[in-house]
Ligand binder design. Structure first.
Ligand code: DOR
Length: 444
């Protein structure tokens, strides 16, 4: 135990029944976006729960003390969109390895998408996920399929899935092309207050495309995925949400047109929310000139205009959440010609660094805005008890060194897969501690 971690002895601020607190986080800049708290404070934790938030000068007694001077202390990050590949592709990721990547990236809760092999479309499959999640380092929340086998034809037994614990339904990776099928799902989900997460893609427009359709795809002679392939379905989904009165959440928004449609829908009071990924607010289709298959994602990286629109959408609140779309793929699958590579990149371990480097440092978002999109906003959309630094809330806490910079080295990722186009990038903002239910599960 080093000097800074040695418990301090004082008669004040004892834990319940006069015992020491289990953990004290001392002198950090504590940000809780929901209450607009942004001040230096001490956080005291007992039995996995935040028990007190005190002035920095208060004396404390705790079994473990983390000195957080100069650090930013935020609610544990929540990723509402990750692919953990279990069951079916455990060579690429498992729930356990995904959770290791998550905590290294500052996430205390992640949602796993159901496009596994087989897909998570029944109670047994959901129970399997929660069974495996028992030895995860962070909290795992399961998303179930909208349609059986993700075929887009017949809706799943949504009530059964909810009983087994899904927090949302989605066919992510694929759209629900049949509007009547999506309408049925929305009507059930409204009754159950269950969010529907929509992957917006008109397959007739996107099929065969490998990158954004535009100047660069033409130059490279590659087949493109036009913006309208996303926007046409975003428009339809908004109309269906309005018509049914259900909530819809649009996954990985990538175009200026989608941001505009969602902004207008929100103004009209339609219950639509959405997320953007770090890669869609950081990279453009320029990177595809290098034929970097790790930058091949769906939806594809778009143009500078789209990236700027996403940043505006993040700033003005049109875009509620930042989600990783962590999509592990094996080296063998990615080390092929661009056309043949699968879509997806890992993101859990670079998300926070990209948010700080690209959004906070460049003054696109304040700390409070950025952290809200990684904590309370996804918690609210998914009805999770979390995303707060507040008395009697679970002690899910992330401690960040805002000044430390680091070079991304995918070979050091905790994820089983290394398919990141950010290798060699210098990012600012490092995770120092990730704390789940009062336990330190990662120390950077
Ligand atoms: O790039 C992507 N990869 N987009 C998706 O929607 C699915 C994901 C995957 O599962 O690999």
């Amino acid at each position: 135990m080093n000097k800074s971690e040695r418990p301090q002895i004082s008669s004040q601020s004892k834990g319940e029944k006069g015992l020491d607190f289990d953990l004290a986080i001392v002198g950090g800049r504590v940000i809780d976006p929901e209450s607009r708290m942004d001040r230096i404070a001490n956080i005291l934790v007992q039995n996995g729960v935040i028990k007190r938030i005190e002035k920095p000068e208060s004396k404390i007694r705790a079994k473990r003390i983390i000195q957080a001077k100069g650090k930013v202390v935020v609610p544990g990050l929540i990723d509402m969109h990750a692919h953990l590949r279990e069951p079916g592709r455990e060579d690429e990721e498992t729930i356990h390895t995904g959770s290791c990547a998550a905590v290294a990236g500052g996430f205390t809760s992640i949602c796993c998408m159901p496009n596994t092999q087989p897909p998570i479309d029944n109670q047994e499959a959901v129970r399997f996920i929660y069974q495996k999640a028992k030895d995860a380092l962070c909290k795992i929340f399961c998303v179930g399929c909208i349609t059986k086998g993700q075929k887009g034809e017949e809706i799943t037994e949504i009530c059964d899935l909810v009983q087994a614990g899904v927090v949302a339904i989605s066919d992510d990776g694929l759209p629900v092309s049949n509007s009547q099928v999506l309408r049925n799902a929305l009507e059930y989900s409204r009754m159950l207050d269950l969010p529907v997460i929509s992957h917006c893609e008109d397959l007739n427009l996107s099929i065969g495309g490998v990158m954004h359709e535009g100047f660069i795809s033409t130059t490279l002679g590659m087949s493109g995925i036009p913006s309208v392939a996303e926007e046409a379905v975003v428009a339809r989904d908004i109309k269906l949400a309005e018509f049914t009165g259900a909530k819809i959440h649009i996954a990985h928004v990538s175009t200026e047109g989608s941001v505009d449609l969602i902004r207008q829908a929100k103004r009209k009071g339609i219950k639509v929310s959405c997320e953007a990924t770090p890669h869609h607010f950081t990279l453009t289709d320029e990177i595809i000139r290098t034929f970097e298959t790790n930058a091949k994602v769906n939806p594809p990286l778009r143009t500078r205009k789209d990236v700027d629109a996403i940043k505006r959408g993040l700033f003005d609140g049109t875009i509620d959440c930042i989600a990783t779309d962590h999509a592990p793929h094996s080296i063998e699958e990615k080390e092929v010609e661009f056309d043949s590579a699968p879509f997806g990149m890992v993101g859990l371990e670079t998300a926070l660094g990209l948010v700080i480097t690209e959004l906070v440092k460049k003054r696109v978002l304040s700390w409070t805005q950025a952290i809200a999109k990684l904590t309370i906003n996804p918690a609210k959309i998914l009805n999770l008890k979390g995303g707060r630094i507040k008395r009697n809330f679970p002690a899910d806490i992330t401690i960040i060194d805002p000044k430390a910079s680091w070079i991304v080295d995918p070979s050091k990722f905790h994820s089983k897969s290394k398919n990141s186009p950010f290798g060699g990038w210098k990012l600012q903002g490092k995770v120092c501690y990730t704390i789940v239910d009062g336990k330190v599960v990662y120390q950077g």
